[in-house]
Design a protein around this ligand. Structure first.
Ligand code: TYD
Length: 212
């Protein structure tokens, strides 16, 4: 039996790591224990090298937004073809910390790149491969950023302005509102309410898939 690909998305400080733990424990309770965890950009040796470049940049060289986009897609192709697709074919389930929606939101919204350019590249290199289910943890950037500023050294993205993250959030919401495979979770709620929202969605989704 083929596996499924579930992705957690959201701005910095939205609580993705906690949501990943919630999703995996719900799946495990249902007897789904063959889980593979990935993060983007990264999770292959080449993609992890690109991650460092993307997150840190190169001192003294302007990082072109389109170059950033292409590096993200290079990392995503490596991960998709070398890890995700083989895992799904084996029957493993893949839990993603970010995937393609991040590029549409950060590069399309935050950086202001044309969404049609992004989707054209996406379609050319990934075809119609998409996650089966995405949880988008929605949080006002002011709250999310307050949570991460205490964590230490900031990367290129974390140093961006509040308006960059406002644009990224608006793009996330605009896309999520038109895609039935993306579920919006209010990440300002208490952990117990977030857990309940994820649990309800996941149970309904599993029931539809497996006629539980
Ligand atoms: P990471 O440390 O994983 O951030 P977080 O803990 O918030 O997930 O760094 C990933 C950064 O890369 C994050 O700021 C978002 C950004 N990013 C993009 O801009 N576009 C993308 O397509 C992806 C996958 C990530």
């Amino acid at each position: 039996m083929k596996g499924y690909f579930i992705v957690i998305e959201g701005l910095e400080g939205a609580g993705k790591s906690t949501a990943i733990k919630i999703v995996s424990s719900i799946l495990q309770e249902q007897g789904i224990i063959n889980l593979i965890f990935i993060r983007e950009p990264g999770s292959t040796p080449l993609a992890e090298k690109l991650r460092i470049l993307i997150k840190q940049g190169i001192d003294g060289e302007y990082f072109n937004n389109k170059a950033e986009l292409l590096m993200l897609y290079a990392a995503r192709v490596q991960l998709t073809e070398n890890i995700i697709k083989p895992a799904l074919s084996r029957g493993d389930w893949v839990i993603g910390d970010r995937y393609d929606l991040s590029s549409q939101a950060y590069q399309g919204g935050g950086r202001g790149l044309n969404i049609n350019l992004i989707r054209t590249i996406r379609n050319l290199v990934l075809g119609n491969f998409t996650p089966d289910l995405t949880f988008y943890l929605d949080i006002p950037p002011k709250i999310g950023l307050q949570r991460i500023f205490v964590r230490g050294k900031l990367d290129r993205f974390e140093k961006e302005s509040l308006s960059f993250f406002e644009r990224t959030r608006n793009q996330y919401l605009a896309i999520a509102n038109t895609d039935s495979k993306i579920v919006i979770i209010d990440a300002t709620q208490s952990i117990s309410k977030i857990t309940l929202s994820i649990k309800t969605t996941l149970h309904n989704w599993l029931s539809d898939k497996f006629l539980l």
